[in-house]
Design a protein around this ligand. Sequence first.
Ligand code: 293
Ligand code: CA
Length: 133
Amino acid sequence: MYCASVFSLVWIFINGNSAGEKTFQANGSEGDFETSKATCSQAGGLLASPRNSAENTAIQQIVVRHNKAAYVGINDIETEGSFKYLSGEAIGYSNWAGGEPNNLGTEDCVEIHSDGKWNDRSCNEKRLIICEF
Ligand code: 293
Ligand code: CA
């Protein structure tokens, strides 16, 4: 337990993926939105849900490291145009790319790109799984 904790702290320091109280982690695996949510939940965490710019930057760094966009824990599945966290709470921070969200076709999930900007996207793509703990 002690060694695991020390390792975790060193890992987080080296990878610079900590923001405030949260740590963000990816192991390279990918999945659609439901798979990403379930994977993080099974790991005892939550699909990464940026609530401020520091958290968004920490997640962005992981996207850059893996060169693969990721879903965040935000969607408007329930009510079009009303983006909410997985908890059901309305989002209090956003970092949309220009022209987004555009709900092209039907886009109810949100992906984060290597520039840190968000795009609403179909929930059925394969994206890097990033969890928060
Ligand atoms: C359109 C215009 C693009 C944009 C794209 C995404 C799809 O094709 O500029 O990147 O929609 O919003 O989710
Ligand atoms: Ca879009």
